[in-house]
Design a protein around this ligand. Sequence first.
Ligand code: GDP
Ligand code: MN
Length: 411
Amino acid sequence: MNLFEYQGKELLRRFEVPVPEGRVARSPEEARDAARYLGGKVVVKAQVQVGARGKQGGVELVDSPDEAAAATERILDVEFMEQNAFALVQRRSRGAQLTPEDEERISKAAPIKATRVLVERAGDIADEYYCAFLVDRSNRAFLGMMSAQGGMDIEKVAEDDPSAIARVHIDPLLGISDFHARRLVFGARINPDAVKGAVAIIPKLYRAFVEMDASQIEINPLVLTGDGKVVALDAKVTLDDSAAFRHPIFDELKAAHEVPEQERLAKEKGLNFIKLEGNVGIIGNGAGLVMSTLDVVNAAGGEPANFLDVGGGASADILSAGLEVITSNPEVRSVFVNIFGGITRCDLVAEGILDALGRLEVKVPLVVRLDGTNAEQGRKMLADAPHPMLRTANTMLGAAELAVELSRAGI
Ligand code: GDP
Ligand code: MN
């Protein structure tokens, strides 16, 4: 799991790594409040997992709360290029020849938008460095890296002048000592004024890396401020998902991701979808019916995982897209499909559901309630084509109760 910058910094703060004071904002108004609270000069940063947000228009330095609001409005509108595609573009701009597949990947990359910004108190920057810890599998060790050439594309530094990056292997069983930290700092030949602060930060970063089961922590830039402090200005933290069982906080961190990720997928597929916090997936036709469906699931003691209105066009394509988006949320334990046939004919909906079940591997039970035009026919079609995950119910409340019950059973 890749964390957003603000999440990475929250983790680092727990390990006493100095990071700027900041607040997350979801709108220009919230950013204005945050800037007012922080006072004076702030930096507004897109919270989005792409490379080089700075170069893509995702980082703005401003002087007042009103400017912070305006910057947020701009930043939330930026269409960022996804990390891998942007890395390819950068490689190309450094003169590398890309394969046709890579060129295609660039042209097909879906744009990503930020849904939040981080508003941080901005300080004077005297110098920028690079510092990272990662797992070096081939050497069965952790690898610490540091460079005096921070704030820029580290791959470029590695290509142009590999000696500008100091590397130190750390035996996981022995852990880190001051000796490692000093070797990194002196190896990177950073400004003497930053040496003390950097040597103090490195063991803290290492501890965060090990204790949080991270597979990577990258600070670019680590800065020396005008008043002589060493601070992590950016944070890219990747946590090892297989360690989730011993870190209850991983679920919480993940929850912040699924919202944009799932909604992005829904948007891509042209669905009228809103993520909610529960575990019963919902598909219905007509906004009013979907809202009643949410209510009836609540009344049955369950919690809806989403709002999804497939409108009049309950075709196989739309139902497949809807099921795919809903089941991409790992919280979802059952799905309630509630269709009232008016202009929409239930037999066509049944056909769509069966078609969708044939295309997708659905691992959670699907409770279908069909009523209205051609409902009998639709129900019969579903009954005649038994699927291990498919259940039907005749009433809305009955279907809701069954969906809730199945969401608890965890099958
Ligand atoms: P990235 O482009 O996604 O890596 O985003 P960063 O967080 O690294 O920010 C990009 C650049 O913006 C940094 O290298 C800094 O030069 C600049 N920047 C970020 N925060 C501040 C700040 O608080 N003050 C100043 N003066 N510059 C900042
Ligand atoms: Mn950075």
